[in-house]
Design a protein around this ligand. Structure first.
Ligand code: BES
Ligand code: MN
Ligand code: ZN
Length: 552
């Protein structure tokens, strides 16, 4: 993971720093005077603007090598639009991408205006996302060769964020949190990217154990098949039957509050490879089913981020880990299995395995002592959710309006958005079974909803939310720069948990008024901006959610 530092420089001071590369983030309205006393840079910006070569659109880059007025050899003027969080994220990513294509080890990222906590977090997020590169299963020789050929290799070792303005405690805390959340998302990304033979249930359980060894606040239990049998986890075990790799149920405890305080439970789907089982998937694109443990990986990432930010809250993270493979002892379509809850399930399609591992993990979660005050599961559960919401928003289902509203708000603020989906009881008709208490599939209509209705049967009255991340956990587009795992929804979950714990700096919460003049100005300007229309929509969605909660 990239090293991040926070410093207190104005753009003029940044220009005097001995660094390999300097990127100055500039808005649509910034002119030369943004550089204060750095006259050379002020002239450069004004000339570039006059020539029509720089207008500050988000992510636009004007590269000036050896520019007069900057000590850094490499200087980039990077557009941030009107300084909205989403645009700052894009701009920071563009600057880091530019730096990675050079020989610089250090990047100084400087802001012309003082960011509030939410914007600061967006910058760290964008920079960290762009700095990550998957290398785990490439040979050293291939990596060496790529570096010689000038590929964007991570020579970059440190990113320093610098801005002018008072270093108050809230901003320092926001920065530290942002780095921890980015590190958590990167851990999730890394494990999700690893192929199935490099990320087995056993390996993921070992990673969880190792994480717990590194942090006093974490404890790790790992359930093995014999434990699952003892507990009657027939649904989880039925998924693992065809695989040679044994399943694992990881239970990570983060204790940040008093022992007796009810925890939040997070339950991640961890299918390390989903072949479909006997209901085998078609060959094309099947390799993408290595990502089917992204929910569990996000739980691992969140647990690390919690240990590093130490909020006053208790959280139990569960990872339901198994392969889903065909084989002589694999579950047959039509088999009836008995879940830990006692409910019997007709396995109509062995490819609807996520809900089978989750239902037993959910039952386990609801029976924790003390009982959890909320349970949130995270799963690459249905192709139908990808059809419904694409790659932009995760599907959010919940039996509790207040919980849903809080998660939706956290998603907006963390640039990791979700969208609420329905749970009407009429949908449950589709999963009725003639031979068991419930069937594991409900046909094609509303496939994401019927999967959620199935899970709902296993949480009873506990406030529960289900995030279907099938569309957002990874980017499938070939040739995309960000191809591979995204680390979502670590940002959403951490934003929610930190807010719950009262550990989110006031300035990062949407409810807080901007405290800095420049930010207030930016906020006003944002209202006219396209990107902000999305924010307005989100706020409206939030209001609607609250309205429902009030009606309840
Ligand atoms: N892991 C898949 C869901 C999935 C598919 C995620 C494509 C991302 C992209 C899940 O286990 C699955 O196979 N679901 C089936 C359910 C069906 C058999 C009821 C699906 O969505 O087709
Ligand atoms: Mn499946
Ligand atoms: Zn699956």
């Amino acid at each position: 993971m990239m090293n991040f530092e926070l410093k207190n420089f104005s753009p003029a001071q940044a220009a005097t720093q001995q660094v390999g590369a300097l990127a100055v983030l500039l808005g649509r309205d910034d002119v030369g005077s943004a550089f204060g006393t750095a006259a050379g840079l002020a002239a450069l910006l004004d000339k570039a603007r006059a020539a029509g070569d720089f207008h500050g659109k988000a992510g636009q880059i004007l590269a000036a090598w050896g520019a007069e007025g900057a000590v850094a050899q490499r200087l980039w003027l990077v557009g941030v639009g009107r300084g909205e969080a989403a645009n700052l994220r894009r701009a920071a990513a563009a600057a880091v991408q530019a730096a990675r294509h050079t020989g610089t080890k250090e990047l100084l990222l400087c802001l012309g205006r003082t960011p509030g906590a939410a914007r600061l977090m967006a910058i760290v997020k964008g920079a960290a996302e762009a700095a990550y590169e998957y290398t785990t299963t490439k040979s050293a020789a291939a990596l060496q060769k790529a570096q010689e050929e000038g590929a964007p290799r991570p020579r970059l070792e440190r990113i320093t964020l610098a801005f002018d303005g008072a270093h108050d405690a809230a901003r320092a805390a926001a920065f530290a949190q942002a780095v921890a959340v980015a590190r958590g998302a990167e851990l999730a990304r890394e494990w999700a990217n690893r192929p199935a033979n490099h990320a087995t249930p056993t390996m993921l359980a070992d990673a969880a154990r190792q994480l717990a060894r590194q942090h006093q606040s974490l404890k790790c239990e790992v359930l093995e098949p014999k434990d699952m049998e003892r507990l009657g986890m027939g649904a989880l075990l039925s998924v693992a039957r065809g695989a040679h790799e044994p399943p694992r149920l990881v239970v990570l405890h983060y204790q940040g509050a008093g022992k007796g305080e009810a925890p939040v439970a997070l339950v991640g789907k961890g299918i390390t490879f989903d072949s479909g089982g006997i209901s085998l998937k078609p060959a094309a694109g099947m390799e993408e089913m290595k990502y089917d443990m992204s929910g569990a990986a996000s739980v691992l990432g969140v647990m690390q981020a919690l240990a590093e930010t130490a909020p006053a809250i208790n959280v139990v993270g569960l990872m339901a880990l198994s392969e889903n493979m065909p084989g002589g002892s694999a579950t047959h379509p039509g088999d009836v299995v008995t879940s830990m809850s006692g409910q019997t399930i007709e396995v109509i399609n062995t490819d609807a395995e996520g809900r089978l591992v989750l239902c037993d993990a959910l039952t386990y979660a609801t029976r924790l002592t003390p009982a959890p005050r909320a349970v949130v599961d995270i799963a690459t559960l249905t192709g139908a959710c990808v059809i419904a919401l694409g790659n932009v928003r995760a599907g959010l289902y919940s039996n509790d309006d207040a919980l849903a509203a809080a998660l939706l708000a956290a998603g907006e603020e963390a640039l990791d958005a979700a969208w609420r989906m329905p749970l009407d009881d009429e949908y449950a008709r589709q999963i009725k079974s003639r031979f068991a208490d419930v069937g594991n599939t409900g046909g094609r209509p509303a496939g994401s909803v019927t999967a959620a209705k199935f899970l709902q049967r296993f949480v009873g009255e506990v406030p529960w939310a289900h995030l279907d991340i099938a569309g957002v956990a990874w980017n499938a587009w070939h040739g995309s720069k960000t191809k591979g795992a995204t680390g979502r929804p670590v940002g959403l979950l951490m934003h929610w948990l930190l807010t719950q714990a009262g550990a989110m700096p006031a300035a990062a919460s949407s409810a807080a008024k901007p405290t800095h003049k420049s930010e207030a100005k930016a906020a006003k300007a944002e209202k006219t901006d396209k990107a902000e229309k999305a924010d307005a929509k989100a706020a409206k969605a939030k209001k609607q959610g609250k309205g429902k909660a009030a009606a309840k």
